[in-house]
Design a protein around this ligand. Structure first.
Ligand code: PLP
Length: 343
């Protein structure tokens, strides 16, 4: 049975072009730095985001945590939004791997207040940890894209205080697509950036961490320490190259489908869609007022060939992706209405 999978954009399986590229990839041992396909991907990715160098890593979490490890010393403090992926969804890794303390700031729909960021930068005092890094997230996992103006202001403050900025850009290309600017216009406001190849871009595995040459040289050693020194990784990098060359330009389709899904969902009585937050491929909606058990709803959808994640605090999250068509969305909406009407 073919499922329509709305749980995430991470569920995307590789395209035919990726499978072909993987099958035919020229590979070597990347720990010896002689896998030509990994080298090609890293160079291509660095150029794309306007940084000197880049390194291929197994996952987005790996890339973020490697960035913390590389930028910071143990005991440093990292300024980061309280609803960021690094704080909420990375298993507390920053305490385990980099050994840093997170100074979480209240985020307003994903944006940090630049003045508050500046007020939290530590001065000299024998009692204080040193501020080591500021982390931003764009696109945010709340589905919104942070304004370039906000990034620019925070980056200027970081410059002033001689602090690096790391951008968690798991969905970086979704952000640049939404803003309708080249991706470099987003990454110019950070010193390092992580982005995922394995989400909306459909590659099976992998993320990129990019930054200065010194930073990436040092991250290469940290990656080995973390167990991320992969051997014939060119098979994965080959799919990553297809992701960057062929899949970044079509994310607009996923965004338009998400908008359409949101508009159609909002026509269903007692569902409250966060329509203003639909910037990329994510739709959040509150369903606490529907007269239908949420777990049962997940099961009913499943029975009809649609996979969705369970609700959290009454709220569901549906994502579109390359493998979800406009027709699929119409089927989802019809199915939803039928379930609620007990048809
Ligand atoms: C998915 C995601 C990550 C982590 O990526 P994984 O590959 O799942 O580890 C990091 N940050 C954000 C904002 C994400 O959405």
């Amino acid at each position: 049975m073919r499922f329509i999978d709305l749980r995430s954009d991470t569920v995307t399986v590789p395209t035919k072009a990726m499978r072909d590229a993987m099958y035919n990839a020229e590979v070597g041992d990347d720990v010896y730095a002689d896998d030509p396909t990994v080298i090609e991907l890293e160079a291509y990715a660095a150029e794309l985001v306007g940084k000197e160098a880049a390194i291929f890593v197994p996952s987005g979490t790996f890339g973020n945590q490697l960035a913390l490890l590389t930028h910071c010393r143990r005991g440093d403090e990292v300024i980061v939004g309280d609803d960021s992926h690094i704080v909420v969804h990375e298993v507390g890794a920053s305490a385990v791997i980099a050994g840093v303390q997170l100074r979480t700031l209240n985020s307003v729909k994903g944006e940090l207040n630049p003045l508050e960021v500046e007020s939290k930068i530590r001065g000299e005092d024998i009692h204080f940890p040193s501020t080591g890094l500021i982390c931003l997230e764009n696109a945010h996992s709340n589905g919104r894209v942070i304004s370039l103006d906000n990034m620019e202001k925070i980056y200027a403050i970081a410059r002033k205080h001689n602090l690096p900025v790391h951008l968690d850009g798991a969905r970086l290309f979704n952000a640049s697509t939404y803003l309708n600017v080249p991706v470099k216009d987003v990454t110019k406001y950070c010193d390092s950036v992580m982005f995922c190849l394995s989400k909306g871009l459909c590659a099976p595995v992998g993320s990129i961490l990019a930054g200065s040459k010194n930073f990436v040289d040092s991250a290469r050693k940290g990656r080995k320490l973390m167990g991320g020194g992969l051997r014939q990784a060119g098979f994965l990098a080959a799919a990553g190259l297809v992701a960057l060359r062929e899949m970044t330009g079509r994310l607009k389709e996923d965004h338009e489908n998400a908008k359409y899904l949101a508009e159609e969902l909002s026509k269903i009585p007692s569902i409250k869609v966060k329509i203003d937050d639909v910037h990329i491929d994510m739709v959040f909606f509150d369903a606490s007022e529907i007269k239908y058990d949420h777990d049962k709803l997940v099961q009913e959808f499943y029975n009809k060939g649609i996979k969705i994640s369970p609700s959290e605090n009454g709220e569901f999250r549906f994502l579109t992706n390359y493998w979800v068509s406009r027709e699929d969305i119409n089927y989802v909406i019809d199915t939803f209405k039928n379930i609620l009407e007990n048809k």
